[in-house]
Design a protein around this ligand. Structure first.
Ligand code: FRU
Length: 485
Protein backbone atom coordinates (compact mmCIF):
# COMPACT_ATOMS: atom_id res chain seq x y z
CA UNK A 1 0.00 0.00 0.00
CA UNK A 2 1.33 3.45 -0.92
CA UNK A 3 2.40 5.57 2.03
CA UNK A 4 1.26 9.14 1.43
CA UNK A 5 3.01 12.15 2.88
CA UNK A 6 0.87 15.01 4.17
CA UNK A 7 2.22 17.11 1.34
CA UNK A 8 1.08 14.63 -1.30
CA UNK A 9 -2.38 14.24 0.20
CA UNK A 10 -2.91 17.99 0.56
CA UNK A 11 -1.46 19.06 -2.78
CA UNK A 12 -3.54 21.74 -4.49
CA UNK A 13 -4.89 20.97 -7.95
CA UNK A 14 -3.51 23.73 -10.17
CA UNK A 15 -4.97 22.54 -13.45
CA UNK A 16 -6.62 19.57 -15.13
CA UNK A 17 -3.19 18.62 -16.50
CA UNK A 18 -2.15 17.62 -12.96
CA UNK A 19 -4.42 14.58 -13.12
CA UNK A 20 -4.68 13.82 -16.83
CA UNK A 21 -2.14 10.97 -16.74
CA UNK A 22 -3.70 9.61 -13.57
CA UNK A 23 -7.08 9.51 -15.33
CA UNK A 24 -5.49 7.57 -18.20
CA UNK A 25 -4.15 4.98 -15.76
CA UNK A 26 -7.43 4.73 -13.87
CA UNK A 27 -9.36 3.90 -17.05
CA UNK A 28 -7.43 0.63 -17.18
CA UNK A 29 -8.89 -0.46 -13.84
CA UNK A 30 -11.19 -3.45 -14.39
CA UNK A 31 -13.38 -2.22 -11.54
CA UNK A 32 -14.49 1.11 -13.08
CA UNK A 33 -18.25 1.19 -12.68
CA UNK A 34 -20.78 1.60 -15.48
CA UNK A 35 -24.02 2.87 -13.89
CA UNK A 36 -22.78 4.22 -10.56
CA UNK A 37 -21.24 7.61 -9.87
CA UNK A 38 -17.55 7.20 -9.03
CA UNK A 39 -14.62 9.59 -8.71
CA UNK A 40 -13.21 11.01 -11.92
CA UNK A 41 -9.79 10.32 -10.38
CA UNK A 42 -8.71 9.54 -6.84
CA UNK A 43 -11.24 9.13 -4.06
CA UNK A 44 -14.90 9.97 -3.68
CA UNK A 45 -16.64 9.84 -0.33
CA UNK A 46 -19.75 11.69 0.97
CA UNK A 47 -22.50 12.88 -1.36
CA UNK A 48 -22.91 16.67 -1.02
CA UNK A 49 -25.29 19.38 -2.23
CA UNK A 50 -27.89 16.97 -3.63
CA UNK A 51 -30.73 19.06 -5.05
CA UNK A 52 -33.35 19.24 -7.81
CA UNK A 53 -33.31 22.63 -9.52
CA UNK A 54 -34.74 23.86 -12.83
CA UNK A 55 -35.36 20.35 -14.13
CA UNK A 56 -31.87 19.07 -13.28
CA UNK A 57 -30.56 16.96 -10.40
CA UNK A 58 -27.27 18.25 -9.07
CA UNK A 59 -25.00 16.18 -6.93
CA UNK A 60 -21.49 16.79 -5.66
CA UNK A 61 -19.17 14.35 -3.97
CA UNK A 62 -16.25 14.78 -1.62
CA UNK A 63 -13.29 14.37 -3.93
CA UNK A 64 -9.57 13.94 -3.31
CA UNK A 65 -7.99 14.08 -6.79
CA UNK A 66 -4.69 12.38 -6.09
CA UNK A 67 -5.44 8.74 -5.39
CA UNK A 68 -7.29 6.38 -3.09
CA UNK A 69 -6.58 8.49 -0.03
CA UNK A 70 -8.41 11.01 2.14
CA UNK A 71 -6.60 14.33 1.76
CA UNK A 72 -7.46 17.76 0.41
CA UNK A 73 -11.19 17.58 -0.36
CA UNK A 74 -12.98 19.28 -3.25
CA UNK A 75 -16.64 19.06 -4.26
CA UNK A 76 -16.85 17.39 -7.67
CA UNK A 77 -20.09 18.10 -9.59
CA UNK A 78 -22.26 15.64 -11.55
CA UNK A 79 -25.72 16.25 -12.98
CA UNK A 80 -28.64 14.27 -14.28
CA UNK A 81 -32.10 14.75 -15.77
CA UNK A 82 -33.45 11.45 -14.46
CA UNK A 83 -31.22 10.30 -11.56
CA UNK A 84 -30.05 7.44 -13.80
CA UNK A 85 -27.85 8.98 -16.51
CA UNK A 86 -25.13 11.17 -15.02
CA UNK A 87 -22.72 13.61 -16.61
CA UNK A 88 -19.42 14.82 -15.17
CA UNK A 89 -19.53 18.60 -14.77
CA UNK A 90 -16.10 19.26 -13.30
CA UNK A 91 -14.87 20.68 -10.02
CA UNK A 92 -17.51 22.43 -7.94
CA UNK A 93 -16.01 23.86 -4.75
CA UNK A 94 -12.25 24.24 -4.44
CA UNK A 95 -10.32 24.84 -1.23
CA UNK A 96 -8.91 28.18 -2.38
CA UNK A 97 -9.66 30.52 0.55
CA UNK A 98 -7.89 30.87 3.83
CA UNK A 99 -11.05 29.74 5.67
CA UNK A 100 -11.19 26.45 3.69
CA UNK A 101 -7.46 26.04 3.05
CA UNK A 102 -7.40 22.35 3.99
CA UNK A 103 -10.65 21.23 2.40
CA UNK A 104 -14.15 22.09 1.30
CA UNK A 105 -15.88 19.53 3.49
CA UNK A 106 -19.39 18.16 3.33
CA UNK A 107 -22.61 20.10 3.11
CA UNK A 108 -25.90 20.63 1.35
CA UNK A 109 -27.69 22.76 -1.24
CA UNK A 110 -30.81 24.93 -1.13
CA UNK A 111 -32.80 26.83 -3.71
CA UNK A 112 -33.36 30.50 -2.85
CA UNK A 113 -35.67 32.26 -5.25
CA UNK A 114 -34.28 31.38 -8.66
CA UNK A 115 -30.81 30.85 -7.25
CA UNK A 116 -29.04 27.85 -5.88
CA UNK A 117 -26.70 27.97 -2.90
CA UNK A 118 -24.21 25.46 -1.52
CA UNK A 119 -23.50 25.32 2.21
CA UNK A 120 -20.31 23.59 3.21
CA UNK A 121 -17.64 23.31 5.90
CA UNK A 122 -14.48 25.26 5.33
CA UNK A 123 -11.83 23.08 6.92
CA UNK A 124 -9.17 25.53 8.03
CA UNK A 125 -5.90 24.39 9.56
CA UNK A 126 -3.14 26.63 10.82
CA UNK A 127 0.60 26.00 10.56
CA UNK A 128 0.42 23.77 13.66
CA UNK A 129 -2.33 21.74 12.00
CA UNK A 130 -4.91 23.03 14.50
CA UNK A 131 -8.34 22.81 12.91
CA UNK A 132 -11.06 25.48 12.78
CA UNK A 133 -14.23 24.47 10.92
CA UNK A 134 -16.23 27.31 9.35
CA UNK A 135 -19.76 27.20 7.94
CA UNK A 136 -19.58 28.75 4.49
CA UNK A 137 -21.85 29.36 1.52
CA UNK A 138 -21.48 29.81 -2.22
CA UNK A 139 -23.95 30.90 -4.89
CA UNK A 140 -24.11 29.02 -8.17
CA UNK A 141 -23.30 31.52 -10.91
CA UNK A 142 -24.69 31.68 -14.45
CA UNK A 143 -21.91 29.39 -15.69
CA UNK A 144 -22.90 26.74 -13.15
CA UNK A 145 -19.80 27.35 -11.03
CA UNK A 146 -20.06 28.31 -7.35
CA UNK A 147 -19.06 31.78 -6.24
CA UNK A 148 -18.17 31.81 -2.55
CA UNK A 149 -19.40 34.44 -0.11
CA UNK A 150 -16.30 36.42 0.88
CA UNK A 151 -16.56 35.43 4.54
CA UNK A 152 -17.84 32.34 6.36
CA UNK A 153 -21.37 32.59 7.82
CA UNK A 154 -20.09 31.57 11.24
CA UNK A 155 -17.22 29.83 12.96
CA UNK A 156 -17.17 26.97 15.44
CA UNK A 157 -18.61 27.06 18.96
CA UNK A 158 -15.80 27.24 21.51
CA UNK A 159 -17.74 24.98 23.90
CA UNK A 160 -17.68 21.96 21.54
CA UNK A 161 -14.71 20.05 20.12
CA UNK A 162 -13.13 20.79 16.73
CA UNK A 163 -15.56 18.29 15.18
CA UNK A 164 -18.30 20.65 13.95
CA UNK A 165 -19.15 20.21 10.30
CA UNK A 166 -21.49 19.14 7.47
CA UNK A 167 -24.19 21.87 7.40
CA UNK A 168 -27.63 20.71 6.31
CA UNK A 169 -29.66 23.83 5.55
CA UNK A 170 -33.47 23.78 5.42
CA UNK A 171 -36.37 26.22 5.37
CA UNK A 172 -38.93 25.65 8.15
CA UNK A 173 -42.19 27.27 7.01
CA UNK A 174 -43.90 27.32 10.47
CA UNK A 175 -40.98 29.24 11.91
CA UNK A 176 -40.45 31.38 8.81
CA UNK A 177 -36.77 30.71 9.30
CA UNK A 178 -33.88 28.84 7.82
CA UNK A 179 -32.22 26.26 10.06
CA UNK A 180 -28.81 24.60 9.79
CA UNK A 181 -28.00 21.27 11.42
CA UNK A 182 -24.27 20.75 12.04
CA UNK A 183 -22.73 17.41 12.96
CA UNK A 184 -20.79 17.83 16.19
CA UNK A 185 -18.99 16.39 19.17
CA UNK A 186 -19.31 17.64 22.74
CA UNK A 187 -16.23 18.38 24.86
CA UNK A 188 -16.71 15.01 26.56
CA UNK A 189 -16.69 13.33 23.13
CA UNK A 190 -20.37 12.58 22.62
CA UNK A 191 -21.96 12.83 19.19
CA UNK A 192 -24.65 15.44 18.67
CA UNK A 193 -25.92 18.11 16.28
CA UNK A 194 -25.83 21.88 16.70
CA UNK A 195 -28.63 24.06 15.39
CA UNK A 196 -28.42 27.56 13.94
CA UNK A 197 -31.27 29.72 12.67
CA UNK A 198 -31.81 32.86 10.62
CA UNK A 199 -34.64 34.66 8.81
CA UNK A 200 -32.25 35.41 5.97
CA UNK A 201 -30.32 32.71 4.18
CA UNK A 202 -27.09 34.65 3.87
CA UNK A 203 -26.84 36.67 7.06
CA UNK A 204 -27.96 36.94 10.66
CA UNK A 205 -27.26 33.34 11.64
CA UNK A 206 -27.50 32.76 15.38
CA UNK A 207 -26.73 29.69 17.44
CA UNK A 208 -30.05 28.24 18.59
CA UNK A 209 -28.64 25.39 20.69
CA UNK A 210 -27.79 21.73 20.76
CA UNK A 211 -30.26 19.28 19.26
CA UNK A 212 -31.92 17.32 22.01
CA UNK A 213 -32.86 13.74 21.12
CA UNK A 214 -34.16 12.04 24.28
CA UNK A 215 -32.46 8.65 24.68
CA UNK A 216 -29.59 9.57 22.36
CA UNK A 217 -27.44 11.64 24.73
CA UNK A 218 -24.69 9.02 24.63
CA UNK A 219 -24.83 7.49 21.17
CA UNK A 220 -21.51 7.52 19.37
CA UNK A 221 -18.62 9.95 19.59
CA UNK A 222 -19.46 12.19 16.61
CA UNK A 223 -22.55 12.54 14.39
CA UNK A 224 -21.37 13.14 10.85
CA UNK A 225 -23.66 14.42 8.12
CA UNK A 226 -26.93 14.99 9.99
CA UNK A 227 -29.90 15.49 7.66
CA UNK A 228 -33.63 15.88 8.24
CA UNK A 229 -36.64 15.43 5.99
CA UNK A 230 -40.38 15.09 6.35
CA UNK A 231 -42.06 12.09 4.76
CA UNK A 232 -45.82 11.53 5.06
CA UNK A 233 -46.08 13.92 7.99
CA UNK A 234 -43.22 12.42 10.04
CA UNK A 235 -39.75 13.83 10.54
CA UNK A 236 -36.84 11.55 9.71
CA UNK A 237 -33.45 12.36 11.19
CA UNK A 238 -30.48 10.58 9.64
CA UNK A 239 -26.88 10.79 10.69
CA UNK A 240 -23.66 8.78 10.71
CA UNK A 241 -22.56 8.05 14.29
CA UNK A 242 -18.86 7.26 14.72
CA UNK A 243 -16.46 5.89 17.29
CA UNK A 244 -18.87 3.28 18.62
CA UNK A 245 -19.80 -0.31 17.97
CA UNK A 246 -23.49 -1.04 17.46
CA UNK A 247 -25.39 -4.34 17.57
CA UNK A 248 -25.32 -6.33 14.34
CA UNK A 249 -22.49 -4.27 12.83
CA UNK A 250 -19.55 -6.58 13.60
CA UNK A 251 -16.40 -4.60 14.44
CA UNK A 252 -17.31 -1.46 12.50
CA UNK A 253 -17.31 1.83 14.36
CA UNK A 254 -18.94 3.87 11.55
CA UNK A 255 -22.68 3.58 10.91
CA UNK A 256 -25.59 5.29 9.20
CA UNK A 257 -28.87 5.36 11.12
CA UNK A 258 -32.28 7.03 11.08
CA UNK A 259 -34.84 7.90 13.70
CA UNK A 260 -38.51 8.54 12.96
CA UNK A 261 -40.11 11.19 15.16
CA UNK A 262 -41.17 14.79 15.50
CA UNK A 263 -38.88 17.82 15.39
CA UNK A 264 -39.88 20.76 17.55
CA UNK A 265 -38.00 23.84 16.35
CA UNK A 266 -39.01 25.90 19.41
CA UNK A 267 -37.43 23.52 21.93
CA UNK A 268 -34.88 22.02 19.47
CA UNK A 269 -36.12 18.60 20.54
CA UNK A 270 -36.45 15.68 18.19
CA UNK A 271 -38.80 13.24 19.90
CA UNK A 272 -38.25 9.70 18.61
CA UNK A 273 -41.31 7.56 18.19
CA UNK A 274 -39.19 4.39 18.14
CA UNK A 275 -35.56 3.34 18.45
CA UNK A 276 -32.95 4.08 15.79
CA UNK A 277 -32.81 1.85 12.72
CA UNK A 278 -30.04 1.14 10.21
CA UNK A 279 -30.49 2.73 6.83
CA UNK A 280 -28.75 -0.24 5.24
CA UNK A 281 -27.42 -3.49 6.70
CA UNK A 282 -24.40 -3.81 4.39
CA UNK A 283 -20.67 -3.37 4.92
CA UNK A 284 -20.32 -0.10 2.99
CA UNK A 285 -22.97 2.58 3.36
CA UNK A 286 -22.33 5.99 4.90
CA UNK A 287 -23.02 9.74 4.97
CA UNK A 288 -26.43 9.40 3.30
CA UNK A 289 -28.06 12.64 2.23
CA UNK A 290 -31.63 13.51 1.18
CA UNK A 291 -32.11 15.53 -2.00
CA UNK A 292 -33.47 19.03 -1.43
CA UNK A 293 -36.47 20.34 -3.39
CA UNK A 294 -38.30 17.05 -3.84
CA UNK A 295 -41.94 18.15 -4.10
CA UNK A 296 -43.68 14.85 -3.27
CA UNK A 297 -44.67 14.92 0.46
CA UNK A 298 -44.74 11.12 0.59
CA UNK A 299 -41.31 10.36 -0.73
CA UNK A 300 -37.71 11.43 -0.37
CA UNK A 301 -34.71 10.70 -2.57
CA UNK A 302 -31.59 9.50 -0.81
CA UNK A 303 -28.03 8.84 -1.92
CA UNK A 304 -25.06 7.56 0.09
CA UNK A 305 -21.39 6.78 -0.20
CA UNK A 306 -20.60 3.10 -0.81
CA UNK A 307 -17.69 3.04 1.57
CA UNK A 308 -16.76 3.81 5.16
CA UNK A 309 -14.20 6.12 6.72
CA UNK A 310 -11.05 4.29 7.89
CA UNK A 311 -11.56 1.39 5.45
CA UNK A 312 -9.25 0.45 2.60
CA UNK A 313 -10.47 -1.00 -0.67
CA UNK A 314 -8.79 -3.21 -3.28
CA UNK A 315 -8.83 -0.51 -5.97
CA UNK A 316 -6.15 1.40 -4.04
CA UNK A 317 -3.40 0.12 -6.39
CA UNK A 318 -5.58 1.30 -9.31
CA UNK A 319 -5.37 4.82 -7.76
CA UNK A 320 -9.10 5.33 -7.14
CA UNK A 321 -11.84 4.25 -4.74
CA UNK A 322 -15.40 4.91 -3.65
CA UNK A 323 -18.74 5.32 -5.37
CA UNK A 324 -22.28 6.47 -4.76
CA UNK A 325 -25.13 4.02 -4.28
CA UNK A 326 -28.00 4.16 -6.76
CA UNK A 327 -30.31 7.02 -5.80
CA UNK A 328 -33.15 5.54 -3.76
CA UNK A 329 -36.77 6.50 -3.35
CA UNK A 330 -37.84 6.37 0.25
CA UNK A 331 -41.33 5.90 1.60
CA UNK A 332 -42.42 5.55 5.19
CA UNK A 333 -44.44 2.38 5.84
CA UNK A 334 -45.38 1.33 9.39
CA UNK A 335 -42.64 3.49 10.91
CA UNK A 336 -39.92 2.13 8.61
CA UNK A 337 -38.21 3.51 5.57
CA UNK A 338 -38.81 1.39 2.51
CA UNK A 339 -36.13 1.98 -0.13
CA UNK A 340 -36.38 1.24 -3.81
CA UNK A 341 -33.92 2.04 -6.58
CA UNK A 342 -34.97 5.16 -8.39
CA UNK A 343 -38.02 4.82 -10.63
CA UNK A 344 -37.20 3.99 -14.25
CA UNK A 345 -33.96 2.12 -13.52
CA UNK A 346 -35.46 -0.76 -15.58
CA UNK A 347 -34.68 1.27 -18.70
CA UNK A 348 -31.05 0.23 -18.24
CA UNK A 349 -31.96 -3.41 -18.93
CA UNK A 350 -30.51 -4.53 -22.26
CA UNK A 351 -31.78 -8.09 -22.30
CA UNK A 352 -32.75 -10.93 -20.08
CA UNK A 353 -30.08 -13.63 -20.21
CA UNK A 354 -30.30 -17.33 -19.47
CA UNK A 355 -30.28 -18.21 -15.78
CA UNK A 356 -27.63 -20.86 -16.40
CA UNK A 357 -25.33 -20.41 -13.41
CA UNK A 358 -23.08 -17.79 -14.99
CA UNK A 359 -23.13 -14.04 -14.38
CA UNK A 360 -22.62 -11.17 -16.83
CA UNK A 361 -20.03 -8.51 -15.94
CA UNK A 362 -22.75 -6.05 -14.93
CA UNK A 363 -26.28 -7.11 -14.13
CA UNK A 364 -29.58 -6.83 -12.33
CA UNK A 365 -30.97 -10.01 -10.78
CA UNK A 366 -34.39 -10.78 -9.40
CA UNK A 367 -34.65 -13.81 -7.17
CA UNK A 368 -38.09 -15.10 -6.16
CA UNK A 369 -37.91 -17.22 -3.01
CA UNK A 370 -40.60 -19.86 -2.68
CA UNK A 371 -40.53 -20.40 1.09
CA UNK A 372 -38.27 -21.96 3.73
CA UNK A 373 -34.52 -21.57 4.10
CA UNK A 374 -32.80 -20.51 0.89
CA UNK A 375 -29.29 -19.96 -0.47
CA UNK A 376 -28.16 -17.69 -3.25
CA UNK A 377 -24.41 -17.56 -3.73
CA UNK A 378 -23.12 -14.92 -6.11
CA UNK A 379 -19.68 -14.69 -7.71
CA UNK A 380 -18.75 -18.28 -6.96
CA UNK A 381 -16.15 -20.33 -8.79
CA UNK A 382 -17.45 -22.51 -11.65
CA UNK A 383 -17.71 -25.45 -9.21
CA UNK A 384 -19.99 -23.39 -6.93
CA UNK A 385 -17.41 -22.80 -4.19
CA UNK A 386 -16.58 -19.43 -2.64
CA UNK A 387 -18.40 -16.25 -3.54
CA UNK A 388 -20.66 -13.84 -1.69
CA UNK A 389 -23.02 -16.17 0.07
CA UNK A 390 -26.55 -15.14 0.99
CA UNK A 391 -28.14 -17.63 3.34
CA UNK A 392 -31.75 -16.97 4.31
CA UNK A 393 -32.67 -18.48 7.66
CA UNK A 394 -36.46 -18.67 7.65
CA UNK A 395 -36.83 -19.39 11.38
CA UNK A 396 -35.00 -16.12 12.17
CA UNK A 397 -36.31 -14.21 9.13
CA UNK A 398 -32.72 -13.13 8.56
CA UNK A 399 -30.34 -13.26 5.62
CA UNK A 400 -26.71 -13.95 6.56
CA UNK A 401 -24.37 -12.39 4.03
CA UNK A 402 -20.78 -13.55 3.98
CA UNK A 403 -17.99 -12.33 1.73
CA UNK A 404 -15.18 -14.46 3.12
CA UNK A 405 -15.38 -16.75 0.08
CA UNK A 406 -14.27 -14.11 -2.41
CA UNK A 407 -10.76 -14.21 -3.90
CA UNK A 408 -10.21 -10.58 -2.96
CA UNK A 409 -10.60 -10.15 0.81
CA UNK A 410 -10.61 -6.66 2.32
CA UNK A 411 -11.40 -4.90 5.56
CA UNK A 412 -11.26 -8.23 7.36
CA UNK A 413 -10.72 -6.32 10.61
CA UNK A 414 -14.24 -4.79 10.58
CA UNK A 415 -15.92 -8.10 9.76
CA UNK A 416 -16.86 -9.92 6.57
CA UNK A 417 -20.16 -11.44 7.68
CA UNK A 418 -23.26 -9.37 8.42
CA UNK A 419 -26.94 -10.08 8.82
CA UNK A 420 -29.91 -8.45 7.13
CA UNK A 421 -33.01 -8.95 9.28
CA UNK A 422 -36.42 -8.94 7.55
CA UNK A 423 -39.88 -8.09 8.85
CA UNK A 424 -41.54 -10.99 7.05
CA UNK A 425 -40.41 -14.14 5.25
CA UNK A 426 -38.15 -13.55 2.30
CA UNK A 427 -40.05 -13.49 -0.98
CA UNK A 428 -37.89 -11.44 -3.26
CA UNK A 429 -34.38 -10.10 -3.71
CA UNK A 430 -33.54 -7.48 -6.29
CA UNK A 431 -29.80 -7.21 -6.79
CA UNK A 432 -27.74 -4.64 -8.69
CA UNK A 433 -24.11 -5.52 -9.41
CA UNK A 434 -21.69 -3.15 -11.10
CA UNK A 435 -18.01 -4.18 -11.31
CA UNK A 436 -17.15 -3.43 -7.68
CA UNK A 437 -20.46 -2.95 -5.88
CA UNK A 438 -23.51 -4.98 -5.00
CA UNK A 439 -26.81 -3.52 -3.75
CA UNK A 440 -29.47 -5.89 -2.49
CA UNK A 441 -33.10 -4.83 -2.00
CA UNK A 442 -35.07 -7.46 -0.05
CA UNK A 443 -38.86 -7.73 -0.16
CA UNK A 444 -39.33 -4.64 -2.31
CA UNK A 445 -36.88 -2.55 -0.31
CA UNK A 446 -38.03 -3.29 3.25
CA UNK A 447 -34.40 -4.13 4.03
CA UNK A 448 -31.31 -3.29 1.98
CA UNK A 449 -27.70 -4.40 1.95
CA UNK A 450 -24.89 -2.54 0.17
CA UNK A 451 -21.30 -3.60 -0.20
CA UNK A 452 -18.23 -3.16 -2.29
CA UNK A 453 -17.13 -6.45 -3.84
CA UNK A 454 -14.26 -7.11 -6.24
CA UNK A 455 -14.95 -10.29 -8.21
CA UNK A 456 -12.19 -11.71 -10.38
CA UNK A 457 -12.55 -13.35 -13.80
CA UNK A 458 -13.04 -16.88 -12.41
CA UNK A 459 -15.86 -15.76 -10.08
CA UNK A 460 -18.70 -14.87 -12.45
CA UNK A 461 -20.95 -17.79 -11.50
CA UNK A 462 -23.78 -18.32 -9.06
CA UNK A 463 -25.63 -21.14 -7.34
CA UNK A 464 -29.09 -21.20 -5.78
CA UNK A 465 -31.22 -23.71 -3.93
CA UNK A 466 -34.24 -25.14 -5.79
CA UNK A 467 -36.68 -22.80 -4.06
CA UNK A 468 -34.99 -19.74 -5.59
CA UNK A 469 -36.03 -18.69 -9.08
CA UNK A 470 -33.62 -16.32 -10.73
CA UNK A 471 -33.96 -13.83 -13.58
CA UNK A 472 -30.94 -11.88 -14.86
CA UNK A 473 -30.63 -8.84 -17.08
CA UNK A 474 -27.56 -7.24 -18.56
CA UNK A 475 -27.51 -3.48 -18.01
CA UNK A 476 -26.44 -0.55 -20.15
CA UNK A 477 -23.91 2.00 -18.87
CA UNK A 478 -25.43 5.29 -17.70
CA UNK A 479 -22.57 7.18 -16.06
CA UNK A 480 -20.03 8.77 -18.37
CA UNK A 481 -16.46 8.06 -17.37
CA UNK A 482 -14.89 11.06 -19.05
CA UNK A 483 -12.20 13.55 -18.15
CA UNK A 484 -13.93 16.75 -17.08
CA UNK A 485 -12.12 18.75 -14.43
C1 FRU B 1 -17.78 12.04 6.54
C2 FRU B 1 -16.81 13.21 6.66
C3 FRU B 1 -17.52 14.49 6.97
C4 FRU B 1 -16.57 15.52 6.43
C5 FRU B 1 -16.05 14.86 5.20
C6 FRU B 1 -14.64 15.18 4.83
O1 FRU B 1 -17.26 11.00 5.79
O2 FRU B 1 -15.81 12.93 7.62
O3 FRU B 1 -17.85 14.66 8.33
O4 FRU B 1 -17.19 16.73 6.14
O5 FRU B 1 -16.17 13.47 5.43
O6 FRU B 1 -14.32 14.58 3.62
Amino acid sequence: MKQWTLEERYRVLESAEDVRDLFGRILKSVYRQTYHIMPVTGLSSDPNGFVYHDGVWHLYYQWCPWGAVHGLKYWYHVSSKDLIHWTNEGVGLKPDKIFDNKGTHSGSAIAYGDDLYLFYTGNHRDENWVRTPYTCAAKIGPDGKPVKLPEPLFGPRPDYSEHQRDPKVIWVPDQKKYFIFIGAQTMDKKGTALIYKSSDLLSGWEFAGQLNVPGFEDFGGMWECPCIVNISGKDILIFSPQYTKLPGRAESTNHNVYIVGKMDYDTLTFTPEADYQYLDFGFDFYAAQFAANVEDPDKAILIAWIGLPDNHYPTEPDEWEGSMCLPRELRLVNGKLVQTPVEGIEQLRIEEVAADGTLPAVFEMEAAVKGGDADLNLFTKADGSGGLTIHYDDARKTAVIDRTGMNKRFNENVGEVLEMPLDRPLEKLRIFADKCSVEIFANDGESTFTTHLYPEADEFNYTATDNVEVKIWTLAPSVKDDFVI
